[in-house]
Design a protein around this ligand. Structure first.
Ligand SMILES: Cc1ncc(C[n+]2csc(CCOP(=O)(O)OP(=O)(O)O)c2C)c(N)n1
Ligand SMILES: [Mg+2]
Length: 1021
């Protein structure tokens, strides 16, 4: 075995010389070329000690732990001190000297061992623990050029060939693994053999970055075990069978569907048996549910072989003409390509249990599904009362390019240990085929490994040669054990290759000629494994042939069956969602008001603190004011309306969760859902105390990490699990929500159409022009409206008993202007028989606006009560003019339609100019467009000039969305057409808003005055 680097002796002499001369860290760096060493190598720290630390602290004062100490002079002085008084040194040194001195007399073989040699030996062992992975045999193609760190060379530590058969005393250390063996005396050769076996075989363990000693020791014990894992014949046959399935599945598709894109797993086939081992082991350790997210690569293989999606169904999806038969009356959506679809399956495990697997549907956007997987897992944990998070686990599969490159990976990892987001550890599997489309790792990442981001989170990383079937199984099992033991993230990096191009019709030789010449000659992992088992005599060629025959015959049979396969899209409801209506099934509109007694009761509960609790004075006042609002039934503000919506939903048995940056207090200091005792710092959440014995998590309000993509994705996943939960994400300002654009575009707006999965997530996006500049004004309302899937030119069915307008749209967008309406729109999310995402343009200055108040009566659902109208108390899609106009008002000369907080400014201006002949109506719901309500107002004011007023620039806000719809509504009631819609608002602009407060004020005043001006309004402002 080549332990000593070629030519190392010369280099080492140079290094040793500079060492003895006390060379500095910097000079050493110049002599050692590997850029990766500085962070890993302990030896550098040792050298630094040599130069600078040594003389500064008297020995008696040192408390160094054994493994931190270094220089020979230091150790000799330490030994003298120990000899004089064993208690004068750290316990670890005491152990060391005790063992060392105790042994020298008894073993002739070690009698010549100096303390320095002992130290160097230990540093050599430690070098392997830290850097052994750099020498591990990870690349099946053996093309990877990695510099082996110098400190893995015994010569670096002063040993020579002649030392190989000398015996050394290692000591008996209080540390599991290699040093804990009851073999304190070993030759250097056997020490090196053991180290190489443990750290430089087909598995490269990266774990020494973990700061927790117990975790390191746990791993060390597994890695440095003197009895490496050896699978028995039975297990090996299972691996062989599974690997054959994985391999033949791709081969079969390659021959049957030559030109089809499937993003095959060829080159990484051991993923499948590896995953199965992982899942079986996890099940043995108590896991009952696994939520999986994965990209395109090998997805069909995973679907067929791990999730047992019927193979016939998978094959049928390759048929170009395959399209779900038009199932009359059934919503079929727009569909998605086969390698994006999700599924779920109850899988029997090796241990005789069952494990429920769910694979989430995902878009092409690599890694976007990661936080969604975590959110869904967390919700499962809530609903199964999985307090220690050992029953529900997340597994996310990645590509090497995307794991290294996509920021959402980091954002997701960052959720892993946050109390309200942790799932007790995610297992990450990287199918590291050493290429991303046509990009080599050298151009695709700046780090040594594609997995380096995970090191920041103290996750162990197991790099494994994907050609070594059993090594893959070992690390997959180990990952499951780690997760169940430490409840934290772990990464399995399967280093493999991609046998063909990025997809099957791509030519890889264009860009990776060298690599693909090697690949062409490279045997498959199945070939390698078969050969190994044949050589070991554990299986015969006949056994192998039989497995192949069995697999091929099933594949062929399923292929024949696929011809009669009818795609079934009706599985859009999982069990917890049964009873919910699909878009073509009419859902009855329900009242969302509540009984007055209930309001008073919960109102009291959420406005008191425990006797000894001392909130901040101003917060106390906020709560006292809320108590007064409840008491008097007047002046209910935004925050209280929201709290009442939460409280009443909780009392009705629903789970409520609000997350986002600073949501506990509220960015605008209005919510104060979590209150802090000013003396003790203890936190108190009134909404946790509405019912006796209320589960604390039933209402969750949680500040999140500073991530939009990650956190919105998480909440989306959370809301997918159970429909009886009001799940909300609030952006700090709506402006920042575009950091999560992929979630809006790929999941929220299109998820139901693509994957037939309903979702009731609420997104609160503070929006409104208050002169705070371009990045604190606009939540980009126009984008949400533009993504609405309703036709602007077709009037939907508006008859109350047939109305399915909202059900048929992809999402709802509202810009609500009263606390009561906010209360109702939140409650409406739950009080209906379907689920639909809700985007709320949330206010900022309305939170404290003196006119933006509601009376408790508007929340109440009692006939005869002031808020009660014909259909009861519910969300108002349009709020009529506040002056009590009759059904026909011929004297009104202008009808101003608007949405959001501009209403209050318009109303003020109207008062100022005494514009009694102007009506102002608020479109509280923009999408779905309330045609019926708008037409009612058009009829009410037959002579009015029709104006759309907004504060956003003309190319933004709701104008482009409203104009054609308003036009359709007008035409249908004979009230004119496009040119009869007047616009009062800002002109087009590249930037969302001005950065100059005075300019803002002028613009705002101008547009409000324009809307209220006595003379008719021209079309263009
Ligand atoms: C966010 C995003 N950007 C770009 C793409 C286009 N794309 C599809 S696959 C791919 C390469 C992925 O490489 P890697 O993560 O290593 O996975 P592999 O295909 O090698 O398994 C790219 C760039 C994408 N799907 N998603
Ligand atoms: Mg790749």
């Amino acid at each position: 075995m080549g332990w000593f680097n070629a030519g190392s002796s010369v280099a080492r002499i140079v290094i040793r010389k500079s060492l003895s001369q006390g060379g500095s860290y910097l000079t050493r760096r110049q002599t050692m070329p590997s850029k990766n060493l500085s962070s890993h190598s302990t030896i550098f720290r040792v050298m630094a000690h040599t130069a600078s630390v040594l003389p500064s602290v008297p020995l008696s004062g040192r408390t160094d732990n054994f493994l931190d100490g270094a220089s020979s002079v230091y150790i000799e002085e330490l030994q003298k001190a120990w000899e004089a008084d064993p208690n004068s040194v750290d316990e670890s040194w005491d152990n060391y000297f005790r063992n060392f001195v105790g042994q020298t007399g008894t073993s002739a073989g070690v009698s010549g061992q100096t303390i320095q040699e002992s130290m160097r030996l230990l540093l050599l062992v430690q070098a392997y623990q830290v850097n052994g992975h750099m020498k591990a045999n990870l690349d099946p193609l053996a093309l990877e050029e990695r510099e082996i760190p110098d400190n893995l060379d015994p010569a670096f530590h002063g040993f020579t060939e002649t030392d190989l058969d000398r015996e050394f005393f290692l000591g008996a250390w209080n540390m599991p693994g290699f040093l804990a063996d009851n073999r304190p005396v070993m030759t250097l050769r056997s020490i090196l053999t053991r180290l190489e076996q443990a750290y430089c075989g087909s598995i490269g363990y990266e774990y020494m970055h973990i700061s927790d000693n117990d975790k390191c020791n746990w791993l060390r014990e597994k890695i440095e075990t003197s009895t490496p894992v050896a699978y028995n014949r039975e297990r090996r046959e299972v691996f062989l069978d599974r690997l054959t399935w994985s391999t033949q599945f791709e081969n079969f598709l390659a021959t049957k569907m030559k030109a089809a894109k499937r993003f095959g797993l060829e080159g990484g086939e051991t993923l499948i048996p590896g995953m199965k081992e992982m899942f079986d082991r996890a099940s043995d350790l108590g896991v009952e549910n696994i939520v999986v997210g994965m990209p395109h690569r090998g997805r069909l293989n995973v679907l067929g072989n791990v999730f047992r999606k019927p193979l016939a169904q998978i094959f049928s999806e390759f048929d170009k003409n395959a399209k779900p038969v038009d199932e009359v009356g059934l919503y079929t959506g727009t569909g998605d390509v086969k390698y994006h679809l999700g599924t779920s399956y109850d899988r029997p495990t090796r241990g005789g249990r069952r494990i429920h697997l769910s694979l989430l549907a995902n878009p092409s956007h690599l890694e976007a599904v990661d936080p969604v997987v975590l959110g869904k897992t967390r919700a499962k944990q809530y609903y199964t009362n999985d307090v220690d998070r050992t029953k529900n686990m997340a597994v996310v599969i990645h590509g090497d390019g995307s794991f290294a490159g996509q920021g959402v990976v980091y954002e997701t990892l960052h959720l892993s240990a946050l109390p309200n987001y942790t799932t007790g550890g995610t297992i990450h599997i990287v199918v590291n085929n050493q290429v991303a489309f046509t990009t080599d790792p050298r151009s695709g990442r700046s780090s040594q490994y594609c997995t380096d981001a995970a090191k920041a989170f103290d996750a162990p990383i197991f790099h494994v040669n994907g050609d070594d079937m059993e090594a893959v199984a070992i690390v997959c099992e180990l990952a499951a054990e780690w997760r169940q033991t430490f409840h934290s993230d772990v990464v399995v990096d399967i280093v493999c290759y991609r046998r063909f191009g990025h997809n099957e019709i791509d030519e890889p030789l264009f860009t990776q000629p060298k690599m693909y010449k090697v690949i062409q000659k490279h045997p498959s992992s199945l070939d390698i494994y078969q050969k190994k088992l044949l050589e070991s005599g554990e299986v015969t060629q006949e056994d192998i042939d039989n497995i192949h025959k069995k697999v091929n015959s099933i594949l062929n049979q399923e292929f024949l069956n696929s011809k009669d396969c009818v795609p079934n899209r009706r599985d859009w409801l999982s069990s917890r969602w049964s009873g919910f209506k699909s878009p073509e099934q009419l859902s009855r509109i329900q009242n969302t008001g509540v009984k007055p007694e209930l309001l008073k009761e919960v109102g009291k509960a959420i406005t008191v603190f425990p006797d000894d609790f001392q909130p901040h004075k101003q917060v106390k006042k906020v709560y006292d004011d809320r108590a007064r609002m409840i008491e008097t039934g007047e002046g209910i503000d935004w925050a209280l309306a929201e709290a009442l919506a939460f409280a009443t939903l909780l009392v009705e048995g629903n789970h409520v969760r609000l997350s986002g940056q600073d949501v506990e207090r509220g960015t605008f200091s209005h919510r104060h859902a979590m209150v802090h005792d000013q003396e003790t710092g203890m936190k108190y959440c009134p909404l946790d105390h509405i019912m006796h014995g209320q589960n604390e998590e039933m209402f969750t309000v949680s500040n999140s990490s500073l991530s939009e993509f990650g956190v919105l994705g998480f909440e989306l996943g959370y809301s997918m699990e159970n429909p009886n939960a009001l799940v909300m994400w609030e952006a700090q300002f709506g402006d920042f929500s575009n950091g999560a654009q992929v979630i809006f575009d790929q999941f929220l707006s299109a998820g139901e159409a693509k994957w037939l999965r309903q979702n009731g997530l609420v997104v609160l996006l503070p929006h409104g022009y208050d002169g705070q500049g371009p990045e604190h004004s606009s939540a980009r309302l126009e984008r949400f409206l533009e993504m609405s899937d309703s036709s602007p030119y077709v009037l939907p069915e508006m008859e109350q008993t047939l109305k399915k307008q909202i059900q048929e749209s992809n999402w709802q967008v509202v810009n609500v202007t009263t606390p009561a309406n906010y209360f109702h729109v939140l409650r409406r999310q739950i009080h209906r028989d379907f689920r639909k995402p809700l985007v709320v343009m949330a206010p900022k200055n309305l939170l404290r606006h003196k006119k933006c108040k509601s009376n408790l009566s508007e929340f109440v659902d009692v006939e005869g009560h002031p808020g009660f109208d014909k259909q009861g108390t519910k969300f108002k899609q349009l709020i009529k003019d506040e002056n009590d106009h009759s059904d026909l008002e011929e004297g009104i000369r202008r009808l101003v339609l608007c949405s959001g907080k501009i209403y209050y400014e318009l109303d003020e201006e109207r008062k100022r100019v005494d514009g009694k002949d102007i009506a102002i109506c608020r479109l509280e719901q923009l999408c779905s467009f309330p045609y019926d309500r708008v037409q009612r107002e058009l009829r009410r004011y037959p002579n009015a000039e029709i104006v759309w007023c907004q504060e956003e620039p003309m190319n933004m806000g709701a104008y482009s969305y409203i104009a054609p719809r308003l036009c359709t509504a007008m035409k249908a009631v004979g009230r004119g057409s496009w040119e009869d819609i007047k616009y009062a608002g800002r002109g087009p602009s590249a930037s969302t808003a001005t950065g100059f407060l005075q300019v803002h004020k002028n613009e705002q005043a101008e547009l409000v005055q324009l809307a209220m001006q006595p003379q008719p309004i021209k079309f263009f402002c």
